[in-house]
Design a protein around this ligand. Structure first.
Ligand code: 8YV
Length: 328
């Protein structure tokens, strides 16, 4: 790392206080108009930066990293998921990668509950009815949704966010079930009153609500495949605040269209920002533009984590949120 202030390239507009602090601490290049970087821009950024601060909208693959300049030593990603970064290539090239875990847990869990309620109680449909001027007044059998109290929630991925969803779900009277690579600690399981299902297939077949809360990795790509979705009960709903790639979106759309699944709440999509046009025609889905962690408090906390990761790295220490460590 050179003696002078490191060149830090930030790919998207971050909250003002974060940008101000970064400008004070580093030789920071901002993206004031917030236009997502093209692949060419990203390559240029990787050539000139000591530290790159990307977001989920930057695909930092093998090809981009192959063109990175020798000074690029840290990718301090603004976000928790790191599926947009080719970690193996970063490791090979001696580039450290950090993320911002923990600070968006509660906001994302809130959004998961919001989607469970929105789908079950038909919030978007009700809103559309009013906005389109079609509401004729109250009726005893109009806009009936489903009660969530007493229903079974199956959480796929019991990490920080999954556990935060479980805590909320208990308050809403849902019984909590989960599938995870590893069974969680017995005491935490007891605290969450959560039932572990070793078999994801078995769990899916018994749930009323399924929530996807695992990261997207090669192992979780299309974890909810066409075959697995078919195991779900036709009255069940599914919500996804994790990554679109975890669900086979085409299969999901087909099943929702045919009424083989009752509904879906999606904050993320397989080919973001593209959304399957068929989803737009369905009444039984609630669609959000990847805003699970979109609170001003959360974004500032994320920015502060990015700053701490960069600062500790340039001071010669191990940054706290290392995803991988430089091997060279
Ligand atoms: C972030 C997210 O807003 O952190 C994540 O993994 O999915 C989002 O909530 C986004 O990734 C920022 O880069």
């Amino acid at each position: 790392m050179p003696q002078e202030k490191p060149v830090v390239v930030v790919t998207r507009k971050l909250p003002d206080p974060i940008e101000t602090r970064m400008m004070e601490l580093f030789d920071t290049r901002l993206n004031r108009d917030d236009r997502p970087l093209t692949r060419e821009d990203l390559v240029e950024a990787c050539k000139s930066a000591d530290v790159l601060v990307p977001t989920v909208t930057d695909r930092i693959d093998k090809g981009v990293l192959a063109q990175a300049g020798p000074r690029l030593r840290l990718i301090a990603s603004f976000g928790t998921g790191v599926d947009h970064i080719d970690l193996a290539t970063a490791r090979e090239r001696g580039i450290t990668v950090t993320n911002t875990p923990g600070v968006l847990t509660e906001d994302t869990a809130d959004m998961t509950m919001a989607l469970i309620l929105a789908v079950s109680r038909r919030l978007s449909e009700g809103e559309r009815l009013i906005r389109e001027g079609k509401w004729q007044g109250w009726g005893p059998t109009t806009m009936l949704g489903h009660r969530i109290w007493g229903k079974r929630l199956g959480i796929v991925g019991m990490g920080r966010i999954g556990s935060a969803v479980a805590r909320r779900a208990r308050g809403f009277g849902l019984s909590v079930h989960y599938h995870n690579r590893r069974r969680i600690d017995e005491s935490v399981e007891a605290e969450l009153e959560a039932t572990y299902w070793e078999s994801l297939d078995q769990m899916l077949a018994h749930m009323d609500v399924v929530s996807v809360n695992c990261p997207h990795t090669p192992a979780t790509f299309h974890l909810l495949s066409a075959r697995r979705l078919k195991l779900m009960k036709p009255h069940a709903i599914i919500v996804n605040t994790a990554r679109g790639e975890v669900i086979d979106e085409n299969a999901l759309v087909r099943m929702l269209s045919k009424g083989e699944l009752a509904g879906a709440g999606l904050d993320v999509f397989e080919h973001e920002p593209a959304v399957s046009p068929k989803l737009l025609d369905l009444e039984n889905v609630v669609l959000l533009p990847h805003m699970g962690s979109a609170t001003i408090e959360g974004r500032i906390d994320m920015g502060e984590k990015v700053i701490i990761n960069i600062k500790t790295f340039i001071d010669g220490h191990k940054p706290p949120d290392r995803v991988i460590e430089a091997m060279l």
